[in-house]
Design a protein around this ligand. Structure first.
Ligand SMILES: Cc1cc2nc3c(=O)[nH]c(=O)nc-3n(C[C@H](O)[C@H](O)[C@H](O)COP(=O)(O)OP(=O)(O)OC[C@H]3O[C@@H](n4cnc5c(N)ncnc54)[C@H](O)[C@@H]3O)c2cc1C
Length: 371
């Protein structure tokens, strides 16, 4: 029997497989379509922090960003491209946020290069910050490389039963299961978990314009691998590949990408090489969900006081045995993924506690209060 079965082979599932197999666990990695077939295969995949004033996500993303830079550099240097990051405000009303970030961040900032200065001289009213170091990775290849130590099977999990001794995923057995299925149709009815799918489109191009840094403004523009550059990505909360009736309009998406990129930088002699599309998975409070899952129905039956608003300790809730969730990394999968995967792997293998602010139980409690 496997120690851990992971459902979903995007960045979250593949990074988790990486850390678990390295700690000697026997891992089964299942994906309905293939490794990096979901949102992860579409990603740019920029490794950059959240540029914000304050907040839990900002703090988490900075910590995870530093971890990820080190992680990709030491394990997958050939799949990683490092460059400074130039982040430019989209509107003078946003300047305050960027200036605050620049003045207070513990990350290493640097003076604008001459190229950045000449770009920004056309937009003197906009604030900017330049980080000395950021990265992007080859999204699909990095996921594949991370998954190497696990047994990978293309299989769509339709049924999941979790028992105190082990779990059954259709005909597969494992001691523990982690759901890493992003914003795709859920396997288990979890009425309190609402993850929003945010559809994204990005393109690979060739251009004769030199891109010496990763430029983030209306979207991201950067040189990537083998003479290519990436422009990405769009954000669309209305389209979902599993629920929408109309097909996605790839031409319109491409035009939007080129139009937004042109607002930041003039790209010469552009040829579009390839389109990538996929779903990001975002939570209502923008923080990831990492940890065990409450069985809502069993908990409501065992704690009838919940109905009248009585508060209980989280340990009193009924949890699905041996089941955890790793989801809601939003637009930061390649930043948060390795950092949180390492924590989840240590939790599963050594019983290390997970950060309580990421506990999916917070959504159960909010759901109960609303009802
Ligand atoms: C266009 C675009 C650009 C992006 N750019 C960046 C970026 O620059 N930097 C960054 O950090 N992030 C970026 N992101 C976000 C990043 O891609 C996501 O955060 C990440 O993909 C989430 O990974 P995941 O593992 O949660 O989900 P996914 O990658 O979506 O993986 C979920 C997997 O689960 C599988 N699955 C679902 N249901 C089942 C089932 N029942 N049985 C078996 N398998 C199942 C799916 O096939 C899928 O492969 C971007 C996203 C998009 C769409």
């Amino acid at each position: 029997m496997y120690d851990v079965a992971i459902v979903g082979a995007g960045i979250t599932g593949s990074a988790l497989a990486f850390f678990l197999t390295r700690s000697g666990q026997r891992v089964l990695l299942l994906d309905a379509v293939g490794i990096a077939a979901g949102g992860s295969g579409a990603a740019g995949a920029f490794v950059s922090p959240k540029i914000a004033k304050e907040g839990e996500l900002k703090a988490l993303s900075e910590e995870a960003f530093l971890f990820a830079l080190e992680f990709y550099a030491s394990h997958f240097p050939h799949l990683t491209r490092f460059a400074p990051l130039l982040h430019v405000s989209t509107d003078p009303a946003q300047n305050d946020k960027i200036e605050h970030f620049r003045e207070h961040t513990a990350l290493k900032t640097c003076a604008l290069s001459s190229e950045a200065q000449s770009l920004l001289s056309q937009r003197p009213a906009l604030a900017s910050v330049m980080l000395e170091r950021s990265a992007l990775v080859d999204a699909a290849q990095v996921c594949r490389a991370m998954a190497e130590g696990a047994d990978f099977v293309v299989h769509e999990v339709k049924t999941l039963t979790c028992k105190p001794t082990h779990c059954l995923l259709d005909h597969f057995e494992a001691k523990k299961v982690v759901l890493c299925i992003g914003a795709y149709r859920p396997i288990l009815e979890l009425p309190y978990v609402s993850l929003r799918g945010i559809w994204g489109h990005r393109i690979d191009i060739t251009t004769t314009t030199r891109l010496p840094y990763h430029l983030h403004q209306y979207l991201s523009v950067a040189a990537t691998f083998e003479g290519r550059s990436a422009i990405g990505a769009t954000h669309d909360v209305h389209y979902h590949p599993q629920y929408s009736f109309e097909p996605y309009d790839i031409e319109a998406g491409r035009l939007e990408l080129l139009r937004k990129a042109a607002q930041s930088v003039t790209l010469e002699h552009v040829d579009v090489l390839r389109d990538y599309t996929g779903l990001r998975s975002g939570s209502n409070d923008y923080l990831p969900l990492l940890g065990p899952l409450v069985d809502a129905e069993a908990t409501r039956l065992s704690l009838p006081g919940l109905r009248s608003g009585r508060r209980y300790d989280r340990a009193q809730y009924c949890y699905y045995p041996n089941l955890s969730l790793f989801n809601g990394v939003g637009g930061y999968g390649f930043v948060l993924g390795p950092y949180l995967a390492q924590q989840m792997a240590r939790h599963l293998a050594e019983g290390m506690a997970l950060p309580s602010m990421l506990d999916p139980t917070r959504f159960f409690e909010r759901w109960v209060r609303r009802r």
